[in-house]
Design a protein around this ligand. Structure first.
Ligand SMILES: [Zn+2]
Length: 119
């Protein structure tokens, strides 16, 4: 089941709280003395939070039903394709600016080419 807006916000706020603790928690202060140590920690936590946001946003695609009027053209012949109902999603690791995430892409079928493709 797809997370509600409030549930997703709660999950993100917990992640953000962890980032804050990593930067300002008393037990971490001995590890964050130099500029470089602070910079690396901020960078890593920022990437972690960014990745969490991207993954949460991509997760919503699993629950998305294409609108009836939405036309996805076949990448080969440009004819309108149909979503494969009940088809498994293709789980693909994608390297992004914030690290690797898993992208679940929905399947579409082109009746003209008789091919399955992912968007
Ligand atoms: Zn086609």
């Amino acid at each position: 089941m797809m997370q509600s807006y409030d549930e997703g916000l709660e999950v993100f706020l917990k992640e953000a709280k962890q980032a804050y603790i990593k930067m300002f928690g008393p037990e971490r202060q001995g590890d964050l003395k130099t500029f470089s140590q602070r910079e690396v920690c901020v960078y890593e936590e920022g990437r972690r939070l960014s990745r969490a946001l991207l993954e949460a946003h991509l997760e919503r695609d699993k629950w998305r039903q294409p609108a009836v009027e939405e036309v996805i053209p076949c990448p080969r012949c440009q004819q309108p394709s149909q979503p494969v109902k009940g088809g498994d999603l293709e789980l693909r690791p994608v390297t992004t600016l914030v690290g690797e995430v898993t992208y679940a892409r929905p399947k579409y079928r082109c009746a003209h080419c008789r091919k399955i493709f992912f968007i």
